[in-house]
Write a protein that binds this ligand. Structure first.
Ligand SMILES: Nc1ncnc2c1ncn2[C@@H]1O[C@H](COP(=O)(O)OP(=O)(O)OP(=O)(O)O)[C@@H](O)[C@H]1O
Length: 648
């Protein structure tokens, strides 16, 4: 375990307000000119200037993103000019890969800009959760970015601040270029001399003040493709000075794992000589985008889990297949697709591509730490608790300014049923997919639409089946039946969830996070998902907490069902209400226990039919409770949870 810095504890003091006060925003915002009214909804995030909220048009019920800039932030002429310039360029644009700017208006307090809602945040959050993505995903995202840039450059507009955080994602994971704060238009061969503000992926000609033009966006796209493929920026270093020096000397290396077309395109875009860089049109036509599989659509799960791409017909080891007590001898071997599921034929052109995509996804999965980030999370929470954390009033902590809603987990457990007395624990994720962690430590998962089944052996080997093809092996029958039983139980007995929704293109690529380890204590159930999220549901007051080591953040769902998301660093800086602080202390102990339970399971796997230690401890903690699926489903209070349907 990592050693912690030895920082003396000091008593926490009530805080002075640390965050800039959020703008005063009326609950009903009026656009007088158009006679439109918007209801203020959930807080989406804040930038240097703006706070952003979901706004619902009262007449049409259309939901948009509303950027709110208080007039107090626009007192200086240059501030007003910047905003006018941004809006003037942005409002004229109309393209599927550009955030649509609808309207621009003001009231006595604020200036408002209504924008196309990008509810899945930006490629920055994807990067934090996933680090390097697979090449098909990088192709998918970059191709859309380039389509947007091509459109802008055709209109003689340079964006000048292309970065992951300005590449927004809508619910269908379509990329939308946003934030035109540094954008400018170009006349003929004009080379721009000045640039207010520092673009993130700054090109050498900007650093050297040599005059710049469209090529700076291509340079930035080169940086973006590099980060997507290799998980870090090409010129990153410990200091800004060193980074600038590396940019000036074109000092970067392309990891050997890169495919030849990917490496070649990056080299072309990161050419130190701007005139040698390809134009947006040339990038758009580059062989990289045709050299392998490019999905037409990606599932939401790829924001946190590496997708599955290609297929292999393999058989599963029989000893790992059967539910407890079922004799597998004499039954036909499983013909699941181990590792990666097949693609529809229209999506792949040959086996080599499929093999490459599969190989890459398998390697990415392999690189995930064996403990699914538990020790990282433990370290983060321990470091936080070692520091002096100022106190903060609960109501103040609920103010938007303290929140980081972009760190909200993509998945959490919304319902669970503990039937570990006999079979295991069943659970539903917030997207209505369902899973079971069986007592033999195998796992099964069915997606929201009920079409894609994943079976994970206790050795972690994954197999994928379609519920519609009739290819589910007999040896899995009992587990599939139990899964369906759990599913209908959760739908019938706990807060009603919608029926399975339509299967969408791209969903066949989804790999959902699964429950990895769990236990119950007298006061809470503790659940660890394979994507690193640790969730604790407290029984007495129904408060829930979800901690994410990759976003380094915690979300509390309080008694009023409010979702409150804090970065650990912000809790340390701004303070933490006592009510949450003592839960973080409890969480630290629970994470430690998850670590020891998980290692007990993996180092000393249970024999067939024997509960792993984590399960055994769960059972002893809930001693006396009967299995919830037992005799008609009479459910003891503590054995299930219909948890999370929060107000957001
Ligand atoms: N179209 C949108 N849909 C959903 N959320 C959005 C949208 N635009 C912005 N946001 C959210 O609002 C936050 C603030 O927006 P943005 O970063 O554009 O503000 P800003 O003050 O102009 O930023 P900057 O400091 O980068 O200039 C973003 O981090 C993002 O989480």
């Amino acid at each position: 375990m990592n050693r912690l810095p030895n920082i003396a504890k000091q008593p926490a003091k009530p805080s002075q307000r640390k965050e800039k006060a959020p703008p005063e925003v009326p609950a009903l915002i009026t656009d007088k000119e158009r006679g439109a009214y918007y209801e203020k909804g959930r807080f989406l995030g804040k930038g240097g200037f703006a706070h952003c909220y979901e706004l619902t048009n009262r007449a049409t019920r259309e939901v948009v993103a509303g950027k709110v800039v208080p007039k107090t932030m626009l007192v200086k002429q240059y501030q007003r000019d910047k905003m006018t310039q941004e809006v003037q360029i942005h409002r004229e644009l109309s393209h599927k890969n550009i955030v649509k700017l609808f309207h621009f208006f003001e009231d006595s307090l604020n200036v408002y800009i209504t924008l196309e809602l990008c509810a899945r945040r930006s490629l920055m959050e994807l990067h934090k959760r996933r680090k390097a993505v697979t090449e098909p995903e990088a192709r998918y995202f970059t191709h859309q970015v380039v389509e947007g840039v091509l459109y802008l450059h055709d209109l003689k507009i340079i964006h000048r601040d292309m970065k992951l955080g300005n590449l927004f994602l809508n619910d269908d994971l379509v990329v939308k270029i946003g934030d035109f704060g540094l954008a400018t238009t170009v006349d003929g061969d004009e080379r721009k001399k000045t640039l207010c503000g520092t673009p993130n992926y700054i090109a050498p000609e900007v650093l050297n003040k040599m005059g710049h033009s469209f090529e700076v966006d291509i340079w930035a796209v080169g940086c973006i493709l590099y980060i997507l493929l290799f998980g870090q920026p090409p010129f990153e270093s410990k200091s800004l000075e060193e980074t600038y020096s590396r940019i000036r000397h074109n000092n970067y290396t392309i990891p050997s794992v890169a495919s030849q077309p990917a490496a070649a395109l990056i080299r072309k875009m990161l050419d130190p000589e701007p005139t040698r860089r390809p134009t947006a049109k040339q990038v758009h036509r580059d062989i990289f985008f045709k050299s392998g599989f490019m999905p037409t659509r990606l599932p939401v799960s790829c924001l946190t889990m590496v997708p599955k791409f290609a297929g292999h017909e393999t058989s599963m080891m029989e000893e790992n297949v059967a539910p407890n007590g079922v004799d597998t001898r004499g039954q036909r071997p499983l013909n699941g697709r181990a590792g990666l599921a097949p693609l529809p034929h229209h999506m792949i052109s040959n086996n080599v591509e499929r093999e490459r995509a599969q190989q890459q996804a398998a390697e990415a999965t392999f690189r995930e730490p064996e403990d699914a980030y538990l020790s990282q999370l433990f370290h983060q929470v321990a470091v936080l608790l070692e520091q002096r954390i100022p106190g903060l009033e609960e109501e103040e902590a609920a103010l938007d300014g303290y929140q980081s809603p972009e760190c909200l987990p993509i998945f959490w457990i919304s319902k669970w049923v503990d039937y570990s007395d006999k079979y295991g624990i069943g659970y539903q994720l917030c997207d209505n997919s369902v899973g079971v962690l069986f007592n033999d430590n195998s796992r099964i998962m069915l997606d929201t639409a009920g079409g894609e089944l994943t079976y994970i052996e206790k050795s972690n080997k994954e197999h994928y089946f379609s519920m519609h093809n009739g290819d589910i092996p007999q040896t899995l029958n009992k587990k599939v039946t139990l899964l369906k039983y759990f599913r209908s139980y959760m739908n019938d007995h706990l807060v009603k969830a919608g029926e399975g929704s339509e299967q969408r293109v791209g969903d066949e690529l989804a790999r959902l996070p699964t429950l990895r380890v769990w236990f119950r204590t007298k006061s809470a159930i503790v659940l660890h998902l394979s994507n690193g999220t640790v969730q604790i549901n407290f029984f007495n007051d129904h408060v829930k907490m979800m901690m994410c080591p990759l976003m380094q953040a915690v979300t509390f769902i309080d008694q009023n069902k409010r979702m409150l998301t804090y970065k650990f660093s912000n809790l340390q800086r701004n303070g933490c209400p006592e009510k949450f602080l003592h839960r973080l202390k409890y969480a630290k102990t629970m994470i430690e226990r998850l670590m020891s339970d998980a290692s007990a399971v993996s180092h000393n796997p249970p024999r067939q039919g024997e509960a792993p230690r984590s399960m055994a401890s769960a059972r002893s903690a809930s001693a006396g409770s009967r299995g919830p699926l037992h005799s008609g489903g009479q459910l003891p209070q503590s054995a299930s949870g219909s948890n999370i349907h929060p107000r957001r």
